[in-house]
Write a protein that binds this ligand. Structure first.
Ligand SMILES: [Zn+2]
Length: 464
């Protein structure tokens, strides 16, 4: 069986690369919507190209208003494969051209080669291989190619307003071996009014700007203190926090800037938060005690520098399957007597409104802060390890790669986060940085074909 599948997919190599180039060469970054194109022209063009390719391989494809395209092979489908055709902006510093795919040393370079046009094609070729090798399935298989994954998955909101979910969903838009647990998320914004009085106080504070990133920069303006008065305090704070500080005079005020290390909020322990480090420093300056400076003391108490498990705000928790709760204090601004900020928590299976949201709310209240609006907790996405789709996918993975197949738990969310029973399977192998979302994104061609082979085998196992 394996030999048959491998031989067929290998025979498609040239066609596969030709199709991949035709998709990658279309810039399918979200733009302003146009009539009939909810994500603008680029994503619609990519879907149109995918329709042409699918037709050329003998598949009919339904276009869901340029939100997504759907191919169903066989009756009564049970398995949905989910990939996307939109890409993130190319950014700077490319050696190759982002929208003119080039093959060098067995790698295909270009935006979307891995994430996720390459993956979409793997699924299409797997369906074709299944059809050519095994004929009509007992239960059908469906490929859905979305056009809005990178900007919040509104494509799936639309698609699932028209279509039922299937028993099995598999998406090659994340990591191998397989992700069966995506932590829940709680990302509230908060505020507090605080009055300034006297000299020696904080005039304004500017921390991070994006809640889901550990801020690498922060700065503060302080009145009534000279740079030379605090050089020892700066030195100590640098030692204690590992963050770099610099101080300068700006229009009669003291400006202190902090430079740390950024990281994604799904793994905040990988960064060094410039914002919490600067709060640490501020709290050691000889400042006036007023509402503003006391608020900075509160913030340090609730979110001490280097703590990423939510312990001080009372929400530390973990379990065997999902690991520990993480907390990123990503945004804080103070200006004209107003504090605003945001947190980003990634929560394990047992987290809920009572043991996370209510606890933070209470601790915030005690220090005069409050949530803006009524923030909602996004639940954990979890598929138990003994689910048939997981057992099948990992068995195939071990057989085709020779690597150990095991489930992963992650702090981020994948394309299947809101699809009950869905799991992410591929497309990135552990240990390689494919530069997805960065410059010179690439795919290893042999690995793409390997993904196509594994998806063929899974279709066979679940549908025939
Ligand atoms: Zn993706």
């Amino acid at each position: 069986m394996k030999d048959k599948i491998c031989a067929y997919i290998e025979s498609q190599r040239e066609d596969f690369l030709k199709d991949l180039k035709s998709l990658v060469d279309i810039k399918s970054v979200r733009e302003e919507p146009k009539a009939g194109m909810p994500f603008g022209e680029g994503p619609a063009k990519a879907l149109n190209e995918a329709i042409k390719i699918s037709n050329a391989h003998g598949f009919d494809i339904i276009n869901f208003q340029n939100y997504a395209g759907e191919i169903t092979y066989g009756k009564d489908p049970v398995l949905m494969l989910l990939a996307h055709l939109d890409v993130v902006d190319e950014g700077d510093f490319w050696t190759y051209e982002p929208y003119n795919m080039k093959i060098v040393d067995g790698k295909a370079f270009g935006r979307g080669t891995t994430d996720d046009k390459g993956a979409a094609l793997c699924c299409l070729y797997a369906m074709k291989a299944a059809r050519e090798l095994f004929g009509e399935p007992k239960k059908g298989v469906r490929l859905v190619m979305g056009c809005g994954e990178e900007t919040g998955s509104e494509d799936m909101d639309y698609y699932f307003s028209k279509r039922e979910k299937l028993p099995y969903t598999l998406s090659p838009d994340a990591d191998y071996p397989l992700i069966n647990l995506e932590k829940g998320r709680f990302a509230p914004t908060f505020k507090k009014s605080a009055e300034n009085s006297g000299e020696k106080t904080v005039i304004s504070f500017f921390g991070g700007t994006t809640g889901n990133i550990v801020p690498c920069k922060a700065s503060v303006l302080i009145s009534g203190i000279e740079e030379n008065e605090i050089s020892d305090i700066i030195k100590t704070a640098k030692n204690d926090t590992g963050v770099e500080f610099s101080a300068e005079n700006e229009n009669g005020l003291l400006k202190i800037s902090a430079l740390g290390v950024s990281s994604h909020a799904a793994h905040p322990e990988g960064g060094n938060n410039a914002q919490t480090a600067l709060i640490y420093l501020i709290n050691r300056l000889p400042l006036n005690k007023n509402e503003v400076t006391l608020s900075f003391k509160s913030l340090e108490k609730l979110f001490p520098h280097k703590e990423t498990n939510g312990s001080s705000v009372g929400v530390k928790m973990s379990d065997e399957i999902s690991g520990a709760l993480t907390l990123n204090f990503g945004v804080l601004h103070f200006n004209n007597g107003e504090f605003t900020g945001s947190l980003d928590l990634r929560c394990p299976i047992g987290a809920n409104d009572t043991n996370v949201k209510a606890v933070i709310d209470k601790n915030f209240c005690d220090h005069g802060f409050s949530f803006e609006g009524d923030p909602e907790m996004i639940p954990v996405h979890y598929v138990p390890e003994d689910a048939p789709i997981i057992k099948t996918a990992l068995k195939v993975y071990e057989e085709y790669t020779g690597l150990k197949g095991e489930c992963l738990a992650i702090g981020g969310g994948t394309y299947v986060h809101d699809i009950e029973g869905g799991v992410a399977f591929g497309i990135e192998f552990h240990g390689t940085d494919y530069k997805i979302h960065g410059a010179d994104e690439f795919a290893v061609i042999d690995e793409l074909l390997l993904t196509a082979k594994m998806y063929t085998a899974i279709i066979y196992e679940l549908c025939y």
